[in-house]
Design a protein around this ligand. Structure first.
Ligand SMILES: Nc1nc2c(ncn2[C@@H]2O[C@H](COP(=O)(O)OP(=O)(O)OP(=O)(O)O)[C@@H](O)[C@H]2O)c(=O)[nH]1
Ligand SMILES: [Mg+2]
Length: 483
């Protein structure tokens, strides 16, 4: 390992450099590595973690109290480099394989000051230990069988979780629920493979084996499971957030609504039609779900090129959104313009009638647009009171869009979906090949078996069972140092 912390002016530079060139270093598993496990900010306590075969030896040279200490027993002592005292704090060691990484691990809990952390890290590095790469602790945990790749992703998501629902989903994934789901599918494919391989071993019976109704039925049912999993949007919605777009005519009160929901002045509000041009976003926690609200330019025909671009972006935002709030100025009637009507999706759209304070009389609870009915909330958006009317309906809609996520282990990343798609392709191909059995093509079973192996390995790449270094690189490149 060519670089140590001393080569870099500060931790931040080291971190950035390591991220940019993640894993362009030779990856050496036998090294003993160190990193700050807590955030690099001034804090009461900072945890420095050492992992690898020399963890105890190095730990004890920096904190003598560790010498002879039992694993998992916390000791108190001075942290030193040679004769110089650097800090004092707690130390605890773990013996392989009973540790986070599955290796010998020592954790030093010192004071969380920048200079203190730097001094203790330097002392450890001086003993020939190297800085950990981003995600290297978790990567070692995976390589040592302490957790699978989906659990490692769950851990990263748990650390990044901003809302309650995100936390639950990440924890479920960390606990292995998603890994088990993929493992179940992989076993399903392996069962199919065993049957097809029987046909290879007994060529005389190839036709009977490949044409057995149970085999094709099992294959179809596995493919149906995989296809259904691909259709689940909730996992990614919870992880990446639910997108909500606010659209309507100019001056309808869209920005007023955004500010009301956000509880602060995010967007400029004025009585000039065409105030908002760019998409203005604000992220909210609605019932535990992360929701990105996007206020957009009022939709109308315009000669102004900048406004026209705003309208184009508004439309794009609405098409991409999971939920739509259509704001209608009630002083102008309840008519919803055709260009907005075509963006509306049943169950995903709420109509907000603004400026209810300026109109006498009652508002309908629903409006019919095209063949569909949409719920309506009428309110004075300039008053806090309006929040009490809009929020409950919005919370319900958000929960419906993201709702399934709260129970089962869903695919949360593009990587998972891509693997399932690949497996489905291979299975579809196997089916097509098997349909040719009996046409005198002797290698049908072998071709189908290869497709099934491809399907199993695509599925296995998600948990890391059949993964290559490339897959590991993709997963851990998003981690930061110390995880
Ligand atoms: N009385 C009353 N005024 C409102 C209400 N909602 C919005 N307004 C006013 O209507 C005007 C337009 O509001 P905005 O929120 O800027 O409208 P917008 O839809 O964002 O308009 P553009 O950005 O131009 O498309 C402002 O003067 C608001 O104060 C309401 O419910 N009652
Ligand atoms: Mg606006």
């Amino acid at each position: 390992m060519g670089f140590t912390l001393a080569d870099f002016a500060d931790l931040g530079q080291y971190a950035r450099m390591n991220t940019a060139h993640a894993f362009s270093f030779d990856y050496v598993l036998g090294d003993t590595i160190v990193a700050l496990a807590t955030a690099p900010v001034a804090a009461g306590v900072a945890v420095i973690r050492i992992s690898g075969p020399r963890a105890w030896e190095v730990g004890a040279s920096v904190c003598a109290a560790l010498e002879g200490a039992a694993p998992r027993k916390v000791v108190f002592g001075k942290f030193i480099l040679g004769r110089e005292e650097l800090d004092e704090g707690l130390a605890v060691g773990f013996r392989a394989p009973a540790s986070f990484t599955g290796e010998d691990v020592v954790e030093l809990q010192g004071h969380g000051g920048r200079a203190v952390v730097q001094a203790v890290l330097d002392a450890i590095l001086a003993h020939g230990v190297r800085m950990a790469l981003p995600g290297e602790f978790s990567r070692r945990a995976v390589l040592n069988g302490k957790m699978d790749l989906t659990a490692a992703e769950g851990l990263a998501d748990l650390i990044a979780a901003q809302t309650e629902v995100q936390r639950k989903q990440a924890l479920r994934q960390l606990d292995g629920a998603l890994g088990e789901r993929f493992e179940g599918w992989r076993k399903g494919v392996m069962n199919l493979l065993a049957q097809v391989e029987a046909a290879i071993d007994f060529p005389d019976e190839e036709l009977d084996v490949l044409a057995a109704p149970a085999l094709t039925k099992n294959m179809h049912s596995l493919m149906a499971d995989l296809t259904a999993a691909l259709g689940e949007q909730a996992g990614a919605r919870v992880r990446d957030g639910i997108a909500l777009a606010i659209v309507g005519r100019p001056n309808a009160g869209k920005s007023t609504l955004l500010n009301l929901l956000s509880g602060r002045d995010v967007a400029i509000v004025s009585d000039i039609a065409g105030t908002t041009r760019d998409v203005v976003t604000s992220v909210l926690d609605i019932g535990g779900f992360p929701v990105t609200l996007a206020d957009t330019a009022g939709m109308r025909e315009t000669r102004d090129v900048i406004e026209a671009e705003g309208v184009r972006r508004a439309r794009k935002q609405a098409e991409r959104a999971d939920l739509l709030l259509v704001v209608v100025d009630s002083t102008l009637g309840e008519e919803i313009a055709a260009d907005m009507a075509e963006l509306m999706v049943p169950e995903r759209t709420l109509v907000v009638m603004s400026k209810a304070d300026k109109v006498d009389g009652d508002f309908p609870a629903k409006v019919k647009v095209g063949e569909e009915w949409y719920p309506v909330i009428a309110a004075n958006l300039t008053e806090q009171e309006a929040l009490k009317r809009v929020m409950p309906v919005l919370t319900r809609m958000v929960a419906e869009v993201g709702g399934e996520a709260t129970e089962s282990a869903l695919l949360t990343r593009q990587r998972h979906k891509a693997a399932v798609e690949l497996a489905l392709q291979a299975l579809g191909h196997a089916l097509a090949v098997m349909a040719r059995a009996g046409e005198g093509d002797g290698s049908v079973a072998e071709l189908a078996a290869q497709d099934l192996r491809d399907a199993a390995s695509a599925i296995g790449s998600v948990t890391g069972r059949t993964s290559s270094e490339d897959v590991l690189d993709v997963v851990f490149s998003t981690f930061c140092i110390g995880k």
